[in-house]
Design a protein around this ligand. Structure first.
Ligand code: 13P
Length: 340
């Protein structure tokens, strides 16, 4: 793939009015999500659940790409069409999570380093053969007393850059995801400071590793108050702090920023994205790559029962529609009533 082709895919993923569905939960994570709605987790229930999401009628109007997990990219829809082909037929770009998880960082209690570089080139070649056009790697930065350390930020930034360079070598657009967690009682100011330090390190490493920014997407956290902080920032304050932080750290050559939802409620994640697009002109597209904020309502409705598929799909479509409107700053609270 040429530079031009990488750029074309990156731009298509942040096309107007559209964003990404992150459906790349590891087996462990999806099992936890299923437990909450009393659904047993096995390859067939996981396939049936992803089938429900991916076959939602019309959702391609608001969903540009889907991130798959290794098990899912090898599975097929009810009619036997492999999932990557099914998505491609709908005009949705298939992607793949390629890190192998955030592990405890030796010598740094409370901090994580993401693994998965060994054998990555060979895995990327296989995934590309299955139809993947982009990839994702998630680094995790934790805020707490005395953390994050620069060692943790630097090690994770370095791994993200090596991953991104390998993706581009193999013709896949890398989504670079350094997630500063919202867990903790820290203030929004502390979140902004840590997010900025992380993004500086990430873009410095991407530069060192000769990564083409025009063919890369950034998937950051929004700048938020810690979940347990008594002082919770409002929607406009979050939008201002997030855009200020990104303007200071993200080069204009990056075509798009696709936020993770990170534990915000579905409505909050939509409101925050909407406010940023309504309030600011930015050099990059501001879009979404949500997991929980798109899936929580449909998962709760589905409950593992085929009879619930139409309702679950309606709820998934609804969240995609709301976030599609937030891409233009056109989302309104009344839109939440549309499914009632
Ligand atoms: P959430 O939107 O649920 O945070 O998931 C996005 C994601 O892909 C995390 O890696």
């Amino acid at each position: 793939m040429t530079h031009q082709e990488l750029e074309t895919v990156a731009r298509a993923l942040v096309a107007e009015g559209k964003g990404i569905l992150a459906a790349d939960e590891s087996t462990r994570t999806i099992t936890k999500r299923f437990e909450r709605v009393n659904v047993p987790s096995n390859p067939e229930t996981r396939r049936a659940y992803r089938n429900m999401l991916f076959t939602t009628p019309g959702v391609e109007a608001y969903i540009s790409g889907v991130i798959l997990f290794d098990e899912t990219i090898r599975q097929s829809a009810d009619d036997g069409t492999p999932f990557p082909q099914l998505l491609a037929q709908k005009g949705i770009i298939p992607g793949i999570k390629v890190d192998t998880g955030a592990k405890d960082m030796a010598g740094f209690p409370g901090e994580k380093i993401t693994e998965g570089l060994d054998g990555l080139r060979e895995r990327l070649i296989e995934y590309r053969g299955m139809g993947a056009k982009f990839a994702k790697w998630r680094a995790v930065i934790t805020i707490g007393p005395g953390i994050p350390t620069m060692a943790c930020i630097t090690a994770n930034a370095h791994a993200l850059a090596r991953y991104a360079a390998l993706c581009q070598e193999q013709g896949l657009v890398p989504i670079v995801e350094p997630e500063v967690l919202m867990d903790g009682d820290h203030t929004i100011e502390r979140c902004e400071e840590v997010t900025a330090a992380t993004l500086w390190a990430v873009f410095s490493a991407l530069h060192e590793h000769r990564v083409l920014l025009e063919g890369t997407l950034l998937k950051p956290n929004m700048v938020l108050s810690g979940k347990d902080c008594p002082q919770q920032a409002g929607v406009e304050e979050v939008a201002e702090a997030t855009v200020r932080c990104l303007r200071r750290t993200v080069p204009a050559a990056v075509p798009g920023i696709v936020f993770l939802s990170g534990g915000q409620s579905p409505e909050q994640a939509t409101q925050h994205l909407n406010a940023m697009n309504a309030m600011f002109d930015t050099p990059w597209e501001l879009s979404f790559s949500y997991g929980r904020a798109l899936q929580d309502p449909p998962l709760k409705a589905w409950k593992g029962d085929a009879a619930n598929v139409p309702l679950a799909q309606k709820l998934f479509y609804h969240r995609a529609w709301c976030n599609g409107a937030a891409r233009y700053g056109n989302y309104t609270p009344e839109m939440e009533m549309a499914v009632a």
